[in-house]
Design a protein around this ligand. Structure first.
Ligand SMILES: [Zn+2]
Length: 263
């Protein structure tokens, strides 16, 4: 929304309905028709895209906050969701019917551009998470999810239960308890009390696998170059790395840095 000129935004805002979502709220269920598009806009708020297995196990594939729009790909035509979208951190959003969003998308080149950039950043996140889940150990992956959540909470205290972490990671609660104790020893988690995890971001970054930094840099660079706005509003778009570096050369270095290493 912030990347749209006023006239284009004006195609959407008359149809917005403000909503709030609480942790564990299911915004879209797998198999549901994508009939609403959600624009989270509170500084605090995170929605996880979850895949559930027939045996009840779940794992997260993507996390989204106010930098994104849930179900924006409904512009491709009426379709059903392949994932379940669950609020992990409470927040507020504006909601518009998918039909009205498709109408605005057809009329506005700016909206089409923003949706296309958003789709590319989502795909990028999906690819990194897929690689991370296959190649990296649970401590690194937990640190990555905690950093991704921290990006969407303006505080070092993350409202997050062990159960929610188990669902994100696709592991048992006992594994979460063990992994959190390792992160606590490393100083990356300062404390955890019922439903809250206090993190030390610098130390968390040092124990996370390389996926977080890699994903973050690529997404911020794409957002800065395409939308003149950092996706997560933390990086500065005027940083020379976003403006002057070519996609190809740096990616080559990044791929070397991301070569599969089991810790
Ligand atoms: Zn990783």
């Amino acid at each position: 929304m912030a990347a749209l000129p006023p006239a284009d935004l004006g195609l959407l805002t008359p149809h917005f309905q403000k909503i709030s979502f609480e942790p564990d709220a299911m915004l879209v269920r797998s198999g549901d028709e994508l009939d609403q598009v959600y624009f989270p806009h509170s500084h605090s708020g995170a929605i996880a895209f979850m895949v559930a297995m027939p045996n009840g196990q779940t794992v997260a594939t993507t996390l989204m906050g106010r930098e994104g729009a849930l179900a924006s790909l409904s512009v491709l035509g009426p379709s059903r969701s392949s994932v379940t979208a669950i609020a992990r951190v409470a927040g507020t959003a504006s909601r518009i019917s998918a039909a009205k969003f498709r109408f605005a998308y057809a009329r506005s080149a700016a909206i089409r551009h923003v949706v296309q950039v958003h789709a590319r950043t989502l795909l990028l996140q999906l690819q990194h998470v897929a690689a991370c889940n296959a190649l990296h150990r649970v401590e690194g992956r937990m640190a990555r999810w905690l950093l991704q959540i921290h990006d969407r909470v303006p505080d070092d205290v993350l409202p997050l239960t062990q159960e929610a972490l188990a669902q994100l990671l696709g592991v048992r609660r006992t594994t979460v308890t063990l992994t959190m104790s390792k992160l606590r020893v490393a100083g990356a988690i300062r404390s955890d009390r019922r439903g809250f995890v206090e993190v030390d971001r610098t130390r968390l970054e040092s124990v996370a696998c390389e996926c977080y930094a890699l994903m973050r840099r690529r997404i911020d660079r794409m957002s800065c170059q395409e939308l003149s706005a950092p996706r997560l509003a933390l990086a500065l778009c005027q940083e020379s790395s976003f403006v002057t570096s070519g996609e190809g050369g740096e990616d080559h270095a990044e791929i070397k840095a991301a070569s599969p290493v089991r810790k």
